[in-house]
Design a protein around this ligand. Structure first.
Ligand code: 7TS
Length: 417
């Protein structure tokens, strides 16, 4: 067994049929049918290269990080810290200290809401969110708003699923301290104009957090180009393991933020009289972290880079366009979210068929989709639906997967005729 991560040719066009073979999970039968995995928005699958890397770590490299002077601990620390550099390059951050390790997007947003919020928010200050946020980018802000007296303002979404940018401009005010926006909607697929949102917020003196949970796995991310102050994402949605994620923050802003959790590793000196803190990023990383998962994310980034995020994005756009073309011919199907700028997600409803029936019956044919409110209840309420069926795609999906989905939907419909 080796530590070598990836061996996919980058020359010319990428052979996505071959890439699919990297994902052993996809060659399984589910309920007697070959698996069609269309729930990548919830969690993507892991290629063998990343699974092998995790296995290698557990078998031969495991040790605690940042503490031991023994060789194994130093090796584990080096491998774990290497991920910071890989992520720095992956999102084009200026410094590797701007990459904070967290347990995922939810944790990253809670960190910013608590630490930045407790430092900067006061009574009457305003936080701007959008109607299409995931609950992870709503509830932490509500909690800090309650503690500080800040107020939440919401950008409405139009019938196609795009942000009302005029309404956004009107919401921005001197009192706006934070604009926290989803980059790609997990419920609609809309790709929001992160750079324009950020520029406008900065003109008003507000900080910006971009929730990149659904964008980082699917497109090139350049945080310096967006110029956002914070950017968040999760390893498990980008071919990596669960339990690990990233908070990017501009160094000067992170430096002045207080730690969010106390404990080992995040300190400089501790006494009962006074404790001083470690520097950024370590002051935000208390306790023993998920070391294997961190190394696994590094391996996942190597894997994605070996294909190329531009290739991944092109492939997924092709698949979404094909899916929309095929699905719009299905009688009675109504899309929820029809933005011109969409990525990786196709959400739909039928008036006569509840989404959970759709999901359950599709599963009988080996087709995995997510149904429900997708932890984005406000946007479903906006569209007057309690639930949708969501197919969320990855680069390893194929047109055949979409054909199977369409056949599956016709099969489900036959029960309700
Ligand atoms: N933000 C967005 C945009 C998301 O899609 C999700 C997870 C999160 C935040 C939270 O990420 P976590 O890794 O901290 O849990 N979205 C989904 C989904 O669409 N289906 O299951 C989880």
């Amino acid at each position: 067994m080796s530590k070598v991560d990836v061996s996919i040719s980058k020359a010319g066009t990428v052979d996505f049929d071959k890439i699919r073979e990297d994902f052993p999970v996809l060659s399984q039968q589910v309920n007697g049918h070959p698996l069609v995995y269309l729930d990548n928005g919830a969690s993507s699958q892991m290629p063998a290269q990343v699974a092998d890397r995790l296995d290698y770590y557990h078998r031969f490299e495991h040790s605690n990080v940042h503490r031991g002077i023994h060789t194994l601990s130093q090796q584990a620390t080096d491998e774990y810290e290497l991920t910071r550099k890989k992520i720095q390059a992956f999102i084009n951050a200026r410094h590797s200290e701007e990459i904070i390790y967290t347990t995922g997007t939810t944790d990253s947003i809670n960190l910013v809401a608590n630490s930045f919020g407790s430092l900067h928010f006061k009574e009457g200050d305003e936080i701007i969110l959008s109607q299409m946020e995931h609950h992870a980018n709503i509830v932490p802000w509500q909690m800090i708003a309650e503690r500080t007296g800040a107020i939440i303002k919401v950008i409405p979404v139009d019938d196609r699923g795009d942000l009302d940018m005029e309404a956004y401009k009107n919401l921005l005010a001197d009192k706006t301290k934070m604009v926290a926006i989803i980059h790609v909607s997990n419920a609609l697929g809309t790709v929001n104009p992160a750079k324009e949102i950020t520029d406008l917020a900065h003109e008003s003196g507000a900080a910006v957090l971009i929730d990149g949970a659904q964008s980082a796995p699917h497109q090139v991310i350049d945080v310096q180009d967006i110029d956002c102050d914070f950017f968040t994402f999760s390893a498990h949605k980008m071919c990596g393991p669960t339990g690990f994620g990233i908070l990017y923050g501009k160094k000067e802003i992170l430096d002045e933020m207080p730690p969010y959790r106390g404990g080992g590793d995040m300190i400089d000196k501790v006494s009962f009289e006074e404790t001083t803190y470690n520097v950024t990023p370590f002051k935000f990383e208390a306790g023993t972290p998920p070391i294997a998962a961190g190394i696994g994310l590094g391996s996942a980034v190597d894997y994605l880079n070996s294909i190329g995020m531009d290739e991944i994005s092109r492939r997924e756009h092709e698949l979404v366009a094909y899916g929309v073309e095929r699905l719009k011919r299905v009688d009675g199907l109504r899309f929820i979210g029809e933005s011109e700028n969409r990525a990786s997600v196709i959400s739909f409803v039928f008036d006569e068929i509840h989404a959970s029936d759709m999901g359950t019956l599709l599963d009988k044919r080996g087709i995995a989709v997510r149904t429900g409110h997708h932890c984005a209840q406000p946007i479903l309420r906006r569209f007057n639906v309690p639930a949708t069926t969501r197919a969320s795609l990855s680069f390893y999906n194929s047109k055949e997967d979409i054909d199977r989905l369409v056949d599956g939907i016709e099969y489900v419909k036959s029960f309700f005729e």
